[in-house]
Design a binder for this molecule. Structure first.
Ligand code: GRG
Length: 293
């Protein structure tokens, strides 16, 4: 079985080739955040799902595009107008190093570069354009205003304007489904499109992605109160201070732990139909349960 480390190494080698070289500060700023490490969970998931479904030559470039979009979202999330953070992936955040203006451009540049990469893959072989474009549509859907951006929008709005007690649970679900789970669900669905998966396989991987995403966010919320900042590589303990809607503020630590267990069971169940071929995806979610970074 391929390990997360091996998938991450493949992705990093290809990202290095795909990212534009020097010549302008924005290129340095893009590289600074992309090459700062990161767990590479989303691209690894796309690659592993594609392999499990029979493989697709374009999967690696699509995986890199997903990592570019994810990194853009982190750069923008750290800006003073959003989460206002100074530490990410164990390094000073992009705007601390390059200034707010360049950090905005670096995020914009990464989002655009992701679509350039996916379009280039889609145009490279006329016979493969349809599945590539369908995969690109999945990723655009997940990252857009019905997915990650929507989640971030409600996150910012609830922090700024508050949420009535009667709507906190529902709002938390909307935020976490959007800002976190969509960036697992839709890359998996993209792998399904690239590989011509059938409806049942696509539904199963969608269910896995949703459970994984909610589990991942719940463990992220737990780490914010129980984790070690040096190990996690970002500032911790901020959620409570900012009055953010999190699993902890809505459910408390114990219920959040139970939720992690429930989503774990759901994620594993969703993989059943794939049997031994899903070994990597199964291990990935197992490893998330007690993660410390
Ligand atoms: C700016 C449109 C826009 C969206 C921002 C990603 C995001 C949405 C906000 C970052 C803050 C946050 C808690 C997001 C939830 C998802 C999450 C935990 C992201 C961090 O992902 P990891 O842990 O990061 O996979 P690495 O650095 O390992 O890639």
């Amino acid at each position: 079985m391929t390990t997360l480390k091996e998938y991450a190494a493949r992705v990093e080698t290809r990202l290095d080739q795909l990212l534009p070289g020097g010549g302008a500060i924005v290129n340095d700023a893009m590289r600074y955040s992309v090459m700062a490490g990161g767990k590479r969970l989303r691209p690894a998931m796309l690659l592993a799902a594609a392999e499990m479904l029979g493989g697709a030559e374009e999967a690696l470039d699509f995986a890199c595009a997903v990592e570019m979009i994810h990194t853009y979202s982190l750069i923008h999330d750290d800006l003073p107008g959003m989460d206002d953070d100074t530490l990410r992936r164990g390094r000073p955040t992009n705007h601390v190093v390059y200034g707010v203006g360049q950090a905005i451009l670096a995020g914009d540049g990464l989002l655009n570069a992701a679509f350039e990469v996916m379009l280039a893959a889609s145009l490279a072989d006329a016979g493969r354009s349809r599945p590539c474009l369908e995969a690109m549509a999945e990723i655009a859907r997940g990252a857009g205003v019905r997915g990650m951006i929507l989640g971030q929008c409600f996150d910012l709005d609830s922090e700024r304007n508050g949420v009535p007690a009667s709507r906190r649970e529902e709002m938390l679900e909307t935020i976490q489904q959007g800002k976190t789970a969509c960036m697992f669900i839709y890359p998996l669905r993209a792998a399904c499109r690239l590989c011509g998966a059938d409806e049942a396989e696509t539904a199963a991987l969608t269910a896995y992605g949703a459970a994984f995403g909610l589990l991942f966010q719940a463990t992220d919320d737990l780490l914010d109160v129980t984790g070690d900042s040096a190990e996690v590589g970002k500032t911790l303990g901020k959620d409570e201070k900012s009055g953010k809607l999190t699993c902890i503020s809505v459910y408390g630590v114990e219920k959040t732990r139970s939720r992690v267990e429930e989503e774990h069971v759901r994620a594993v169940a969703a993989l059943e139909r794939f049997g031994a071929r899903a070994a990597f995806l199964r291990k990935l979610v197992d490893d998330m349960v007690g993660r410390t970074k």
